[in-house]
Design a protein around this ligand. Structure first.
Ligand code: NAD
Length: 288
């Protein structure tokens, strides 16, 4: 099935990047958030992103203007009535996701695909909120979605082969590398690998084996990763990693995934990395 019009639900960090990406590749986009202000801020962020692309010669002013023209802004989910694909990027809350999927199921055409950008939650469970789980799948982009090359295409227990094939084609339309996650497991591929390395790095810090700076340095230069685990957690917001750890612990019934005490204490103290300006080590001034 060819995707021409995409509904993006949630105009936060991810919804902004995904909507911008789809519009830059010629797709019609409907961008919806419950807050009018969130939609406006989202479009301003896209403009700033594209201004940089124009300044670097990667895009013309005309292409920027055309991209913005393709994005319809709304706070009314009914505007998804003629989309081919929905990408949901609301908060990481299972009940909220199920509730919006139930509403979307009644709004979008029967042929439309329903996907979630969840970082870790069960696609199969989200799909139970709909009447036709065969059209529901995970489409996991990374932040910032305009730049990060990967998208994970995730199969829920009842996702059809046609849905997966259409989503792979969509990933190609927006010029992403895609991987198929054949089983609906918590964290899929990337987060399943990433979370244990976050936990081990925090444990090393707690044990006094090395400083956050030296652990980051060791991982960057020893493994050739572009960012160390603390830089990455501070950048993404340390609360995200924390919630994923707690979710893994519950789902796998495995204490291996329990959040280390230091991280728990940071969350209790309201330190959320980039979001609050205080992370594992105070974020560098120029990155705030
Ligand atoms: P965010 O907090 O930046 O944005 C969420 C947006 O959803 C907000 O603007 C909020 O107003 C809106 N929203 C809440 N309820 C809504 C509703 N009922 N209808 C419409 N809009 C609603 O969150 P984010 O970081 O963009 O994350 C979104 C999703 O993407 C989460 O599931 C998250 O786990 C996943 N994700 C995040 C990242 C990341 O690095 N931030 C990466 C990959 C995946």
């Amino acid at each position: 099935m060819e995707i021409k019009k995409v509904g993006v639900l949630g105009a936060g960090a991810m919804g902004t990047g995904i909507a911008n990406l789809a519009a830059m590749h010629g797709l019609e986009v409907v961008l919806c958030d419950i807050h009018e202000e969130a939609v406006q801020k989202s479009v301003s962020r896209m403009e700033r992103f594209m201004d940089k692309s124009v300044a670097r010669g990667k895009m013309t002013e005309e292409e920027k203007a055309q991209t913005l023209k393709r994005i319809q802004q709304t706070t009314n989910m009914e505007d998804f009535k003629d989309v081919d694909l929905v990408i949901e990027a609301v908060l990481e809350d299972l009940d909220l996701k199920k509730s919006v999927f139930q509403q979307l199921d009644d709004i979008v055409p029967e042929s439309a695909l329903l996907t979630t950008n969840t970082s870790s939650m069960s696609i199969t469970e989200i799909a139970t909120a709909t009447k036709n789980p065969s059209r529901v799948a995970g489409l996991h982009f990374f932040n910032p979605a305009q730049i990060m090359k990967l998208v994970e295409v995730i199969r829920g227990l009842e996702t059809s082969d046609e849905t997966i094939e259409s989503l792979k084609q969509f990933a190609e339309q927006v010029k992403k590398e895609h991987v198929e996650v054949k089983k609906d497991v918590p964290g899929f591929i990337v987060n399943r690998v990433m979370i244990p390395h976050f936990i081990e790095s925090i444990r090393l810090l707690e044990e006094g084996v090395a400083s956050a700076e030296d652990i980051d340095k060791a991982v960057k230069f020893g493994l050739n990763y572009p960012m160390g685990p603390f830089e990455l957690q501070d950048f993404a917001g340390v609360d995200i990693g924390y919630h994923v750890m707690e979710y893994f612990k519950e789902e796998f019934n495995d204490a291996r995934f329990a959040a280390p005490l230091l991280l728990k204490q940071m969350i209790r103290a309201g330190h959320h990395g980039r979001k609050t300006g205080v992370g594992f080590y105070d974020y560098r001034e120029e990155d705030k």
